[in-house]
Design a binder for this molecule. Structure first.
Ligand SMILES: [Zn+2]
Length: 177
């Protein structure tokens, strides 16, 4: 890769790194709380309602997952910056061919060319990394709300069977009154 192009990606990587570091900093500020209203002081104002604690814990867990993901990205970027230093940047770690420049524009820390990335399960697992860990809890939330909806539907059907305020009996009663 030409030095000029290499320099472009170096700046791109440094920019990405800065963005990720800003996010991590923000997360640390939020989770440390300090004199902020966030955190345990907020919990006590809800009289320790279990649902509130659960959602608070979910937020914290979610935040830790996102933070790990950010830190993982920063590590990947550092490794790409090292490659720029030793002149191996933009070369696929698997097949040794040049990684497509469009791919590097989108993902400057890419280790593999698009062909190898698609073939490599290890790579896919790696890029999903921490994201994958947090997918189940999101799915659980979605699933439980689905269950609630279908339960609500069943309860409604039961009510209809036993008669609702729209049945003839009720209407008749109202007219008499
Ligand atoms: Zn390759």
């Amino acid at each position: 890769m030409e030095a000029k192009r290499m320099n472009h990606f170096k700046h791109l990587l440094l920019q990405h790194k800065e963005n990720h570091e800003d996010i991590v900093d923000d997360m640390e500020t939020l989770s440390l709380g300090g004199n902020d209203n966030h955190g345990s002081s907020e919990l006590s104002s809800y009289d320790n309602h279990p649902a509130e604690i659960a959602s608070e814990l979910f937020d914290v867990e979610h935040q830790i997952g996102l933070k790990r993901l950010e830190e993982h990205e920063i590590k990947e970027i550092d490794q790409a910056l090292e490659k720029i230093q030793n002149g191996t940047y933009g070369i696929c770690e698997s097949c040794g061919k040049d990684i497509d420049l469009n791919r590097l524009e989108l993902l400057p820390q890419a280790r593999l060319c698009i062909g190898c990335a698609k073939e490599s399960d290890v790579f896919m697992a790696e890029i999903r990394g921490d994201k994958k860990k947090y997918r189940p809890s999101e799915e659980q939330v979605i699933q439980s709300s689905d269950i609630n909806d279908s339960l609500r539907g069943e309860q409604f059907n039961d009510l209809m069977e036993y008669g609702s305020s729209d049945t003839h009996q009720d209407r008749g009663g109202k007219i008499v009154q």
